[in-house]
Design a protein around this ligand. Structure first.
Ligand SMILES: Cc1cc2nc3c(=O)[nH]c(=O)nc-3n(C[C@H](O)[C@H](O)[C@H](O)COP(=O)(O)OP(=O)(O)OC[C@H]3O[C@@H](n4cnc5c(N)ncnc54)[C@H](O)[C@@H]3O)c2cc1C
Length: 252
């Protein structure tokens, strides 16, 4: 389990380094080492990761993200973005730098007529399914409900429904992006289509996504899913069984 951190690493940025005018304008909160909120946010799914940023800004919306990015790029400060915190390598954090925590940005708006949903980057797949299933709509999400929509989609995304609806990123229709220097860019056919192409698997390397727009698909029945693990010696028999069974199953 991640331990409590009382002080920043040497040369780390501290909350006192942020200009008062910047902090005053934020709707979210600034956390430094020694606080419960700091330790909660820097605790990731992979408990082997024990990174200690200098400052965590818990962003309440795109305005907070933009202002912090602008300041960080002017001051040449390293920035990491934390959403669901499931990245195994711990890329959501850094040591001694700024972390933009977007996990409390939980907005989700379904338009059942157009079959689209717009979600903020802190939404997890459990939250996503909760809102879309209310309208018998779905897209391919992660196998585990606590994984973040943000990181999974930007990495491509595989899940239970992929044989029917493709990868998660195949249903990503557009995104709002703030570039590292705080510029807003719309990714998609209604903006920059090349950027949307890059976001579909390119990870968090092109800026901070502040909203994801997904196409949804009708899905109004329950399905049984799971993972079955068999001994290695059964591999040959199992391969034959899967081939025979799969040939008889519907493809849509
Ligand atoms: C238990 C578990 C189950 C998983 N199951 C699946 C699965 O079924 N299918 C699958 O495809 N993958 C799965 N994964 C892998 C998972 O999709 C990736 O680790 C993904 O990066 C997690 O996203 P996150 O938002 O939770 O993580 P984070 O660690 O918060 O973020 C992941 C990366 O995305 C960047 N990022 C986060 N938010 C933004 C943003 N708004 N803008 C730009 N960059 C951003 C972060 O900086 C970081 O580099 C699983 C991982 C775990 C630990």
């Amino acid at each position: 389990m991640t331990s409590t951190v009382e002080t920043s690493p040497p040369n780390a940025i501290t909350p006192a380094d942020l200009p008062e005018s910047l902090v005053r304008g934020l709707r979210g909160a600034v956390h430094g080492p020694g606080t419960a909120a700091f330790d909660r946010i820097r605790t990731l799914h992979n408990a082997m990761i024990d990174r200690s940023p200098g400052v965590i800004v818990e962003c309440a919306g795109p305005g907070d993200i933009r202002d912090v990015l602008l300041w960080a790029s002017t001051e040449n400060q390293p920035v990491a973005v934390r959403a669901g915190g499931h990245n195994v390598a711990g890329n959501a954090l850094n040591d001694g730098g700024l972390v933009l925590d977007v996990s409390s940005m939980q907005g989700a708006h379904v338009d059942p007529e157009r079959r689209v949903v717009r979600v903020q980057p802190g939404v997890t797949w459990g939250g996503f399914d909760r809102e879309t299933q209310a309208f018998a709509l779905a897209t391919t999400g992660g196998n585990i409900s606590s994984t973040g929509v943000a990181g999974l989609t930007l990495g491509g995304g595989i899940g239970w429904l992929m044989r029917r609806f493709g990868l998660t990123c195949d249903s990503l229709a557009g995104a709002d992006v703030l570039t590292p220097d705080g510029r807003f860019v719309r990714a998609g056919d209604d903006g920059d289509p090349e950027l949307l192409w890059a976001l579909r698997g390119g990870g968090g390397n092109f800026g901070v996504v502040t909203a994801f727009d997904f196409a949804l698909h009708p899905f109004d029945h329950e399905c049984v899913t799971g993972v079955a693990i068999h001994p290695f010696e059964a591999a040959a028999d199992l391969a034959g069984f899967v081939a025979r069974e799969a040939a008889q199953r519907p493809t849509s």
